[in-house]
Design a protein around this ligand. Sequence first.
Ligand SMILES: Cc1cc2nc3c(=O)[nH]c(=O)nc-3n(C[C@H](O)[C@H](O)[C@H](O)COP(=O)(O)O)c2cc1C
Length: 372
Amino acid sequence: MHPLLFSAISIQGRILKNRLTMAPLYLGYAGEGGSVSEMLLAHYQLMARSGVALVMVENATVSHPDGSGSHRTLRADTDDHLDGLKQLARAIQQEGALAGLQINHAGRFAHATDQPLAPSAVKTFDRMPRALEEEEIARIVDRYAQAAQRAQAAGFDVVELHGGTGYLLAQFLSPRTNRRTDGYGGALANRERFALEVVSRVKTAVGDYPVGYRFLADEWMPDGWHLDESLPFARRLADAGIAYISVMGGTYESFGLPEVVRKSAQPGYMLDLAAAVRAEVKIPVIAAGRLGSAAVAESAIAEGKADLIGLARGLWTDPLWPQKVREGREAEIIHCTPDCGDACTRMVMKGRPAYCVQWPAEKIKEWKAKFV
Ligand SMILES: Cc1cc2nc3c(=O)[nH]c(=O)nc-3n(C[C@H](O)[C@H](O)[C@H](O)COP(=O)(O)O)c2cc1C
């Protein structure tokens, strides 16, 4: 059953035992202040025990508070958090998976600060960010490099730069949010300068160590960042030595648009984006987005649309997904479905740790008793 899903692949010398990865999923499980909590450790242990080859830990901030999405955003910005990160990497690896740490600067979507920073002062919902000065940009580039070194020192097998969801890397790339008139704005060559500086500085800092990239292929906004610019950028990332590209579409500003809500409810809704990127680069490509049907996931690999599958909500809803697929028990999978109206997203947006409303009642009861 599904031989490609369970075949090994190597990414810059790291052997992944199959094509299944956990895509990053922020669920508000870190402690207040961004520490590695018991809830976070238990969660990632379970995700690693599922049998996926690689577990990518959700966005850890490179700079606090200006880079942190919330007060529960995991922190990779100081050595004070190194011991916790070591524990987290070890917990995942002990369950037989490779461990990755995604690092991020939230820019205009930073909610741990009253004064968000961004490439330009472009209002986002009801908040007006302040445009970054050039020396602040240089400082943030350094912060990415330091956080990547911390991921390496903590024992993670790979570090991933979060270029998706409309966070700072994407904010520099998009003509909607980058209105700068200096060397970081204007033509694509200028808008991609920040991201390429981050990649270069991070790679120099970590040496022979895989650096992946969560990639925004299309912002799904009329005046935004689209494939015409993102595909040339993907080639530049591959040329710069990025180990793999993990493809996604949409940002906080487009996720709620009616056509995006409709599209995002479909199985494999970001597969076309992954396929477009994969046709451009020779490095492995991860596809995500409602890939809960093993047949859809297997054919994505068979048809050359992706090399690896990213399961985020689906794996969280049913951590036995890989096992059930492997054993031909797919009918027993508890699926993440759009019917709940993105209950998990709504919980984390309210600053609460999330549980999945599809979990069996007994599991929800146990989870609440233990963690809430
Ligand atoms: C609540 C929530 C939190 C997320 N957090 C992250 C994150 O921290 N980093 C990231 O790159 N993507 C994040 N994503 C996007 C997922 O990785 C994934 O691309 C998306 O959920 C589609 O895949 P799925 O259908 O398997 O969940 C998040 C998605 C949701 C719903």
